[in-house]
Design a protein around this ligand. Structure first.
Ligand code: F3S
Length: 755
């Protein structure tokens, strides 16, 4: 599928020299993460030892991957950059815009009709600019990337936060906003703060009901949703080597759920096996030649405390299967202890759905492990109590799984096999069994379980587990079922127990596919016309943002003070809104509608300071915009966690929000705000959050002197005329301040291209 062997050979040709040089400069043995980072510096050979968590560094990624929801805005931006072709190999994957409802054939047909305009746009823009295009139904971006493009020691960015999945094949792969991807597509460097490093040593071996998923569910419990922020997690140890490549992918995938920049594993036999099974012998042969550069130096793993900023050790022999949730992926509970916890918290015990799939757990091995449980329901005559839904990771996996009789097992159980796409994982689920917003429980093998994520219902309690555990729980229909100890009553009234899952790492007869769903772009795309209708409600060509002037930063009104968790889903909801991802003005109508107003604890209900009345966030904001009044959003910790979507920054920007002031940011969202020419600020004193009142006005008194490492001073004027002066920290460097001053990073690229 056109993996670029010459590009990979080029990366490997430089690797030894650059890594040796880096080791000399850093003055100590190197982790794998450092080897990859230092061999991908924009300037070539390393000359500086970077300070982790401090220095901004320019990198040269090898690849870019985009999914259909984020690619629309990224490519609309790229079209403005004035380039003929993308500068590095890039692919677009149509996986988010396909609703799961009746089953793969009908659902795909429906998506191809309802989203034809968007798919046609993405196909033509890909063809024009030299981008590989994966059609709807071809598969979920991260499985397709793992099967076709990921390679040990490579660096990739992708416009999706689970791009990190490719760490399973030894990459440093990082989720970015579309604006970052546009920089790299346009031939510019990609900037990242040199990450800190967390080492996770895996001892012992996975066995029985415990799976790779449980490693990351456990790590999520340890690190919480913020614990990996600004860090690469590097896994090592005997336990790591014994995991399959796709299992490693699962672990890396959910590194996004602890906020990690990315996660990775050193090159090993499982990766070689996977490369060869996915028709990439050449890549495996090349990787074998520089094997020692594709993993850390021996000394690092022998004495990890000396080389990592934090070390976690997990004994896989003792690791128990977990179910994490509800509403947050870091609420980790061993399966046997879930019943007590559920009853204490009033979580519904009856399970309505078991969903297997998503980019996290839809590999061939995942399907075999889940199928080995599903099959027992048939042979042991247990009637499943929950509904089953399956999303295979790619057409190659689906075709092979069908050939090998795996899908038939699920179908015999009454499961619906949905399209090879994201489906319920991103709220693309027409769930027929729900009448309203009744309280209910589902279990799934996905990565995220934020409120409303799967079906839009705030009362759906979603728990994350391994595919085989999901299968077992769904068969039992009970959240408190523990397949390791509990029995079930079958149709003959007998007590039966489920045997441990059995997985097949790679298909014994090899992978097979008839039409993988890939379209190679033509050599010269200059004649390709990209159509965007001015009447379209789904696509809109962009107009550049105007710079925010210092005088506009006086008399700034509070739009909303968000209370508690405010993820990118709260800022720019997915689900039904996905259809507007390519139309900035239309999608802006969902801006912050999921954020909880700190003053009344309601969503989408804020005070309009001009009228004193309450209204929805986008409506109130549009009134401020009409009057030319800039606004500010105030938020809590880890603001903008979740996905990489730059819509969460572009929408507020489009509507006239000038600044976001929070206790702390999720990394990608902070960068996205900067890229769109906004102010992303943090309270120097966290408790100042409590000073902010509903009728406040903000004066950015020293914005004209905006400079790196100098906090900004904000005068907060309350309704009674009293004032508080607070300090706001920021992480802007000179170049980023340039983005603010010129209106956006894209404005800077365009000016530089024109010069
Ligand atoms: Fe898709 Fe869910 Fe992954 S939305 S890319 S399957 S996190």
């Amino acid at each position: 599928m056109a993996f670029d062997i010459d590009m990979i050979k080029g990366v490997y040709a430089n690797m030894a020299e650059r890594v040796d040089k880096a080791r000399e400069i850093v003055g100590k043995p190197l982790t794998l993460s450092e080897k990859i980072l230092y061999s991908h510096l924009w300037d070539g050979n390393p000359t500086t030892a970077f300070k982790r968590g401090k220095d901004y560094v320019d990198f040269a990624p090898d690849r870019i991957a985009c999914q259909d929801a984020t690619a629309q805005m990224a490519l609309l931006q790229f079209m403005q950059a004035g380039k003929k072709k993308v500068a590095v190999p890039t692919t677009v994957h149509c996986d988010h815009l396909i609703q799961a409802k009746s089953g793969a054939v009908k659902d795909l047909k429906a998506a191809n009709s309802t989203s034809a305009e968007v798919f046609d746009f993405l196909e033509s823009v890909s063809n024009k600019y030299g981008i590989g295009f994966w059609k709807p139904g071809a598969g979920i971006i991260h499985q397709v990337v793992l099967e076709n493009y990921a390679f040990p020691g490579g660096m990739m960015i992708g416009t999706d936060s689970h791009t990190v999945n490719a760490g399973g094949l030894g990459m440093v792969a990082i989720g970015v906003g579309g604006a970052d991807a546009v920089d790299v597509m346009a031939g510019m460097a990609w900037e990242l703060k040199f990450p800190k490093l967390i080492g996770v040593k895996l001892t012992g071996n996975i066995s029985g009901w415990t799976s790779a998923k449980d490693v990351i569910l456990k790590v999520a419990g340890i690190l919480t949703v913020k614990g990996g922020t600004g860090a690469i997690i590097e896994y090592f140890g005997e336990g790591a080597k014994n995991l399959s490549c796709t299992g490693k992918g699962t672990i890396c995938n959910m590194g996004a759920e602890v906020g990690a920049t990315t996660s990775t594993f050193g090159y090993d036999d499982s990766m070689e096996r996977y490369l060869r099974a996915t028709d990439r012998n050449e890549v495996a042969d090349e990787a074998n030649k520089i094997r020692e550069y594709l993993t850390a130096d021996d000394e690092v793993y022998a004495n990890p405390e000396q080389y990592f900023d934090q070390v976690i050790e997990i004994n896989l022999d003792e690791l128990k299967p977990h179910l994490n949730g509800p509403f947050t992926p870091d609420l980790a509970t061993p399966v046997g202890e879930l019943g007590v916890k559920a009853r204490e918290n009033g979580w519904p015990i009856n399970v309505d759905w078991g969903l297997i799939g998503s980019c996290t757990n839809s590999s061939y091995e995942d399907l075999t492990r889940a199928a080995s449980i599903a099959k027992q329901a048939i042979t042991k005559k247990i009637k499943p109590k929950s509904d089953f839904g399956i999303n295979p990771g790619s057409e190659q996996i689906r075709y092979t799984a069908e050939r090998d009789g795996l899908l038939q097992i699920f179908e015999d159980l009454g499961a619906t096999v949905f399209t090879n796409a994201c489906g319920p994982c991103i709220g693309q689920w027409d769930r027929s069994d729900l009448k309203g917003d009744e309280k209910n429980t589902i279990v799934h093998s996905f990565n995220r379980n934020f409120s409303k994520r799967a079906d839009g219902n705030p009362n759906t309690h979603a728990f994350v587990g391994s595919p085989e555990m999901v299968a077992a729980i769904a068969i039992s229909g009970k959240l408190d079922f523990d397949p390791m100890n509990d029995t079930l009553i079958n149709e003959d009234g007998e007590e039966v127990k489920l045997d441990e899952p059995m997985g097949i790492e790679l298909p014994i007869k090899g992978f097979e596919v008839e039409d993988a769903g890939y379209l190679e772009p033509i050599e010269d795309g200059s004649g390709v016309e990209v159509k965007v209708s001015p009447e379209s409600e789904r696509l809109q060509l962009l107009t550049p943002f105007e710079p925010i002037q210092p005088e506009e930063m006086q008399g700034v009104k509070l739009l909303i003070k968000a209370f508690g968790k405010c993820t990118t889903d709260h800022i720019s909801m997915a689900g039904p809104w996905l259809r507007f991802r390519g139309h900035l003005d239309n999608i802006a109508n969902n801006t912050l509608i999921g954020a909880v107003n700190a003053f009344n604890k309601k969503t989408n209900f804020i005070k309009n300071q001009l009228t004193g009345e309450y209204g929805g966030v986008p409506d109130v904001q549009r009134e401020y915009k009409a009057k030319g009044i800039k606004t500010i959003v105030v938020g809590d910790h880890n603001y903008g966690e979740g996905s990489s979507r730059e819509h969460a920054a572009m929408q507020p920007r489009h509507l006239g929000v000038a600044a976001v002031l929070v206790k702390s940011f999720a990394r990608i969202h902070e960068t996205n705000l900067k890229k769109q020419g906004m102010l992303a600020l943090t309270f120097a004193n966290e408790s100042d959050y409590d000073l902010i009142q509903e009728d406040d006005t903000f004066n950015f008194v020293d914005i004209a002197n905006f400079a790196p490492d100098v906090p900004l001073t904000i005068e907060v004027v309350h309704a009674d005329g009293s004032k508080d002066t607070i300090k706001a920290n920021h992480t802007y460097n000179d170049a980023q301040i340039g983005w603010f001053k010129e209106g956006s990073a894209l404005n800077v690229i365009k000016r530089e291209n024109a010069a």
